[in-house]
Design a protein around this ligand. Structure first.
Ligand code: SAH
Length: 448
């Protein structure tokens, strides 16, 4: 995250269950909070139970409710005692206060999310065959999406939402990038890599398990080849546009696959417009806007590395360089500067990193979203469009819309919502895990 500038909200990066965590990897950002940091640290509050008893997690009375609704996390505070002497990563049964079986879960003594559910079925064995079935299911679901003619990049495994808490796998052509973010997934990492190798036969499986949140799970960062050899150049070809993916050092797993559909929408809205793309990373929205016939596109990001790749991507696609301008800057400051210079735009895109990893950050994050959106509204010409996103798990779609409404009010503009947006279909949301719906967006048109 960026260090706080006076008066400017924090801009923490995105992440967790494989979401958009690791967006902002500038060194300054390192100090900012990560997704569990609002949860009090320290030893989990539950008691160790009998060491000789069968290993099991016993919940406090009444704390089984979220599990009965099939929410896949058990927080430390819900646990009465842990029997046996399990190690982090071990599979344990979770039982209610009367001893009834609730689920099989991966235990992690070092995390406030002390157990993540593998299965609700007592008859299941959590073994290699179990992971093969889960992975094969996730792959079959992706197959049914028929994305192949849209992109060679897709999220193959989306953690909790695919029944594999802590495991994220993104595909870029014949390279798979794997993120392991929980003790349970860590335990089964090699088995899962073998299964992926067998089922997908990629040239390389690369591991990007280097998010800050791994530390909170008591796991060491890891970044390197797991299987095969990393091709010299990895690229994603999305709707015919080619983007270089820096698998080893880029943000997250290298590319933000979740915005695929929203980038395509941008192309249809950009004709003849002066576009401002804030938090542009490697130029995703910018390239689509240029191909869509934008008159000009000014793109801003704090990461020089991302901007260098963005410019490379521009020439890779033979797009008109003269219509594109790139600015390495802090968006909070840059928007103010543009306002002071009296600049204005027809179409503004705001796709910031995660400001609120969890609800505990919501208030602070709300100030950040309001700030950039208010400035965005002020920089829009009459009849202009604002495409605004939040990838904060801690900000619901409803709250996000309220924040944007407040920003429009303060900017003195009337606006209508013309699109409600979310992540692409290869990022499914498990019905009982609303945290999975981290990405939300609105396209608004201000009064002409
Ligand atoms: N829209 C992009 C993804 C954006 S990710 C796409 O479709 O690919 C968020 C980006 O915000 C990252 O590139 C990160 O470097 C940048 N960023 C984070 N904090 C910033 C700040 N304060 N000012 C400018 N850029 C910032």
């Amino acid at each position: 995250m960026t260090s706080q500038k006076p008066g400017s909200p924090s801009t923490p990066h995105r992440p967790s269950q494989g979401n958009r965590d690791f967006r902002n990897r500038t060194k300054r950002d390192k100090k900012l909070p990560d997704d569990h940091k609002n949860i009090p640290r320290g030893a989990p509050q539950h008691l160790a139970g009998s060491i000789t008893a069968q290993p099991a997690i016993h919940l406090k009375a009444g704390r089984e409710k979220s599990l009965l609704r099939r929410h896949p996390w058990v927080f430390s505070g819900a646990i009465e005692r842990v029997d046996g002497a399990p190690l982090s990563g071990d599979t344990l049964p979770v039982r209610d206060a009367s001893g009834n079986f609730l689920a099989w879960a991966a235990y992690n003594a070092n995390s406030q999310i002390t157990a993540r559910i593998w299965s609700w079925h007592e008859e299941d064995s959590i073994d290699a065959e179990f992971f093969r079935r889960r992975i094969a299911n996730a792959l079959a679901a992706r197959n049914e999406l028929n994305l192949a003619d849209k992109s060679n990049g897709m999220r193959l495994i989306h953690a909790e939402s695919d029944g594999l808490p802590g495991l994220v796998v993104d595909q870029y052509g014949n390279t798979l990038v794997m993120q392991v973010g929980s003790a349970g997934a860590e335990r089964w990492r090699d088995i899962c890599a073998d299964i992926l190798q067998q089922l997908c036969n990629p040239a390389c499986i690369y591991e990007r398990s280097d998010s800050d949140s791994r530390g909170l799970e008591g796991l060491e960062p890891r970044n390197g080849v797991l299987r095969g050899v990393l091709p010299e150049s990895v690229e994603v070809i999305e709707h015919g546009l080619r983007f270089k993916v820096d698998v080893a050092a880029g943000q997250k797993t290298g590319f933000y696959l979740d915005q695929r559909d929203n980038r395509a929408l941008t192309e249809t809205l950009a004709r003849d417009k002066d576009v401002l793309n804030c938090f542009c990373y490697t130029g995703g929205f910018s390239l689509y806007a240029l191909r869509g016939g934008a008159k000009s596109v000014l793109s801003i990001d704090a990461s020089g590395d991302a901007l260098r790749i963005a410019q490379e991507n521009l020439s890779r696609n033979g797009l008109d360089v003269s219509r594109a301008e790139w600015l390495e800057a802090d968006v909070f400051q840059a928007l103010r500067k543009l306002r002071d210079q009296g600049r204005s735009f027809d179409f503004i895109i705001l796709d910031p990193p995660k400001f609120a990893p969890t609800a505990a950050f919501a208030e602070k994050a709300a100030r950040g979203y309001k700030d950039i959106n208010l400035l965005g509204f002020k920089l829009l010409r009459p009849g202009g469009l604002l495409a605004t996103y939040s990838c904060s798990g801690g900000i619901s779609a409803d709250l996000f819309q309220k924040i944007i409404a407040g920003a429009a009010l303060d900017a003195g503009v009337d606006a209508q919502i013309i699109h409600y947006l979310h992540a692409s279909a290869d990022h499914p949301v498990l019905l009982n895990f609303p945290e999975g719906a981290y990405l939300k967006g609105l396209v608004l048109r201000v009064e002409g």
